[in-house]
Write a protein that binds this ligand. Structure first.
Ligand SMILES: [Zn+2]
Length: 81
């Protein structure tokens, strides 16, 4: 899949091919239709937001369609913050 990737703090963000996500028993696979970059992504870029590992895929605010559902998923809930 294509993703916006941050390789290092304050370095250029690049659209790259990354491995497709793997379906877990309690997860879902979403086909992303639209994506936004927010201030949290900016904080990751400048280095004042904890990022567990680099490269880091940016753009956690998205919309899409659920394509696959893990075998242990009983229901899906809309999570909002
Ligand atoms: Zn955000």
């Amino acid at each position: 899949m294509r993703a916006l990737v941050l390789e290092e703090i304050e370095k250029e963000m690049l659209v790259k091919q990354v491995p497709d996500p793997e379906l877990t028993p309690t997860g879902v696979i979403v086909k992303v239709k639209a994506n936004g970059i927010c201030r949290s992504d900016w904080h990751a870029w400048v280095g004042d937001l904890y990022v567990p590992t680099y490269p880091w895929v940016l753009g956690h605010e998205f919309t899409g369609v659920i394509e696959e559902v893990g075998k242990d998923v009983k229901r899906c809930e809309l999570l909002t913050t």
